[in-house]
Design a protein around this ligand. Structure first.
Ligand code: HEM
Length: 402
């Protein structure tokens, strides 16, 4: 059994290049040191896991805990430690995790999500009408990529979309590594107060939405859910529901426009749409850094000893670009037909919103390219402002023309 005791000195998390490929360092690590120690921005160290099989092992084994309250849980954001004192269920282990996830699972089944298709289609159509009424160049993030998933998750949860400027600006602060711990605390405090007020409103006047359902069926004293837990759960859903999909939309548009042969193949055979979306999820791997864990006991991974209490980050982009599993991983191939990527994670925490995300992306890509066949990026692609400072990779802005 070997163990690397000195953390690698490269700066982690590293910037992406070219512009979509994961940091080149991932390739070296995967080939030479698939379980390697790095120093995190907080000064702590953690193990990085880069091979597909190992990433799945980490994400599916109870030896690697998602319990954010364990001392030493690895964090990449300045204020994250504050949330982890009482985290939402994404940072819990079974059986607590199961308790909360079960409360929501019915709302996110394929059957339930499919009933949302007409509403999402109408939202996409309306936003495209508005966009086409503008004079290009137009920022596709602000006009389309962000409003689509925001409107959808607000409607599902019962959050007034009119408040989007407020909660999006606070969420932006909360997920950025450029934020100080104080700024994070302020943003989180404002978001919590906002959600608390909304819960009170739903208690008085429940509507036909998920938050009302949780309030009336599960909130104490009649139910089993305390107010603080409900609050954190809803903030997580609100945030996870729009930040992720918005980045997939904007980056997916650029990726397809940059690969005209792939876009042409999709246009000539719309049946390729589901495979195209899976390929984009693999290729872009926007949630690369999200999947942090901590060893619950002394263990070993690929011959490397990992001690109880040591942090582990299962790098999703490294797994999704593992050439042993996805040949020529740097080639965007809408015919790849491989749905085994880990873009939504793996194991008990695998993305709860994946059916919703897939439906949104299907409607968005089919409608956008049909209605604006001459769509193009208005500036050189390597000059776009990429989001490299948070847990999620994405685009701040995407000026487009047609
Ligand atoms: C394309 C867009 C999306 C991507 C790439 C994505 C990615 C992920 C990943 C990688 C995880 C696992 C985290 C971990 O294991 O630590 C996750 C979990 C989760 N996602 Fe998503 N997500 C997306 C969209 C959504 C949407 C639309 C929602 C809607 C509410 C959502 C809600 C959640 C929730 C609640 C969890 C926690 C699940 C659990 O711990 O059991 N996500 N997501």
């Amino acid at each position: 059994m070997s163990q690397t005791t000195t953390p690698d000195s490269w700066s982690f998390p590293a910037q992406r290049q070219c512009p979509f490929a994961p940091p080149p360092r991932y390739d070296t690590l995967r080939a030479e040191e698939p379980v390697s120690k790095v120093r995190l921005p907080t000064g702590a160290t953690a193990w990085l896991v880069t091979r597909y099989d190992d990433v799945r092992t980490v994400l599916s084994s109870p030896v690697f805990s998602a319990d954010g309250t364990r001392p030493g849980f690895p964090t990449l954001l300045p204020g994250q430690a504050q949330i982890l004192r009482r985290p939402p269920f994404i940072r819990m282990d079974p059986p607590q995790h199961t308790f909360y996830r079960r409360m929501l699972i019915q709302e996110f089944t394929l059957k339930r999500i499919r009933t949302m298709r007409p509403g999402i289609q109408a939202t996409v159509d309306r936003l495209l009408d508005d966009l086409l009424a503008q004079t290009p160049p137009v920022d596709l993030v602000e006009a389309f990529a962000l409003p689509v998933p925001s409107l959808v998750i607000c409607h599902l949860l019962g959050v007034p979309y009119d408040d989007h400027a407020f909660f999006q600006s606070r969420s932006k602060v909360a997920v950025s590594r450029a934020t100080t711990a104080e700024q994070f605390a302020t943003a989180l405090g404002e978001l919590r107060a906002y959600m608390d007020g909304l819960i009170t409103r739903k208690q008085r006047e429940p509507g036909d939405d998920l938050l009302s359902k949780l309030v009336t069926e599960h909130l104490e004293p009649a139910g089993e859910l305390c107010r603080e837990d409900l609050l954190m759960m809803c903030l997580m859903l609100l945030n996870a529901g729009h930040e992720t999909t918005a980045n997939m939309i904007s980056l997916g548009v650029v990726a397809l426009l940059e690969h005209p042969d792939q876009l042409a193949a999709l246009r000539s055979d719309p049946e390729l749409l589901p495979d195209t979306i899976e390929e984009l999820l693999r290729y872009l791997s926007i949630a690369d850094l999200v999947t942090a864990r901590i060893a619950a006991e002394d263990t070993e991974l690929r011959g490397t000893a990992i001690r109880a209490g040591e942090g582990v980050i299962a790098l999703l982009a490294a797994a999704n670009w593992d050439p042993g599993v996805f040949p020529e991983p740097g080639r965007l191939d809408v015919h790849r037909g491989d749905r085994h990527h880990v873009g939504f994670g793996y194991g008990v925490h695998q993305c709860l919103g994946q059916n919703l995300a897939r439906l949104e992306l299907e409607i968005v890509f089919s409608t956008l390219f049909a209605r604006i066949p001459t769509l193009r990026v208005a500036v050189p692609v390597d000059e776009l402002p990429y989001k490299d400072e948070g847990l999620l990779f994405g685009l701040h802005e995407l000026p487009v023309t047609w």
